[in-house]
Design a protein around this ligand. Structure first.
Ligand code: SAM
Length: 263
């Protein structure tokens, strides 16, 4: 892939994943093109993103409570409180977090992601997950790769088409982590959506490459790792130790899991 120039302008002529997601979460950092695509989504889409976000809260809280104090979050999104570092640092104020996203609008909002506790630290890198080597090189400046790290790929890999080797990218990132680390991953699926609810084609038509994956396809991201808790489940089903949006199960749209890296 060709890396983007460091200061890409915000393109308001076509929808972007971060801004459509922000719209679906009820945020204000989106443009008419994003609202137009978001408005075509069925009501279950809003429920799905809220469930995904709640999974992020629970999974990051779980990782922090198990003693992990370093986080590499790729596909961060537009800041929405609480952000990942606020969840981790509430449990351990010394937690260190490296955020990465490839959207210029997220870069513009990065200041909000960089407000750390004095004991901890946060950093932001404008990069594409398809450049895992560059992301790892950058993360090494803040994170100690001899101690466990939580790698979070939350609602990200469905934007990486098969041709760009999403499994190979994930493997490269996971292989760099020491034993005791974990992978936190959620992934869009149309397994439970009716044809009318599945708007994958609308995304593609508007220029966003969206690749829903089946449960078996999502399971491949965890190959060789040790899934914890309930295993690979839909977002509302993952460790219901903290409040999550209600779901009747028929409209779930994210497969999620957390797995330990044990060597
Ligand atoms: C649906 S949002 C998820 C945000 C956050 N992780 C969450 O779950 O609340 C997906 C994010 O991934 C980013 N993204 C999409 N493709 C990417 C890529 N190839 N490299 C890095 N980030 C990407 C988008 O810009 C967007 O901010």
């Amino acid at each position: 892939m060709t890396p983007r120039p460091a200061s890409s302008p915000i393109d308001t002529s076509r929808p972007h994943p971060a801004r459509v997601y922000d719209y679906l979460l009820g945020g204000k950092d989106n443009y008419p093109v994003d609202q137009e695509l978001g408005a075509q989504m069925p009501p279950v889409a809003k429920a799905g993103v809220a469930q995904n976000r709640a999974f992020m809260h629970r999974a990051v809280g779980w990782a922090a409570r198990t003693g992990i104090d370093q986080f590499l979050d790729i596909g961060t999104g537009i800041p929405t409180r609480p952000n990942l570092h606020q969840i981790a640092q509430e449990i351990n104020p010394a937690a260190r977090i490296v955020y990465t996203d490839n959207d210029p609008i997220v870069l513009r909002h990065a200041e909000a992601l960089l407000i750390s506790t004095p004991e901890g630290a946060t950093d932001y890198l404008d990069a594409d997950v398809r450049e895992p080597g560059r992301i790892l090189d950058h993360a090494r400046a803040l994170l100690d790769f001899d101690r466990p790290i939580a790698l979070s790929l939350i609602a990200l890999m469905h934007f990486v088409p098969d041709a760009d080797d999403p499994y190979g990218i994930t493997r490269t990132l996971v292989d760099a982590l020491p034993s005791g680390s974990c992978l936190v991953l959620s992934h869009f699926t149309s397994d439970f959506l009716s044809a009318a609810q599945d708007k994958t084609e609308e995304y593609r038509t508007s220029g966003i490459s969206l690749r829903p994956r089946t449960r078996a396809e999502v399971a491949r991201f965890f190959d060789g790792l040790d899934l914890v808790g309930p295993g690979l489940v839909t977002a509302p089903q993952w460790c219901k130790d903290t409040p999550a949006p209600e779901s009747d199960g028929a409209t779930d749209s994210f497969h999620v899991g957390v797995a330990r890296v044990l060597r």
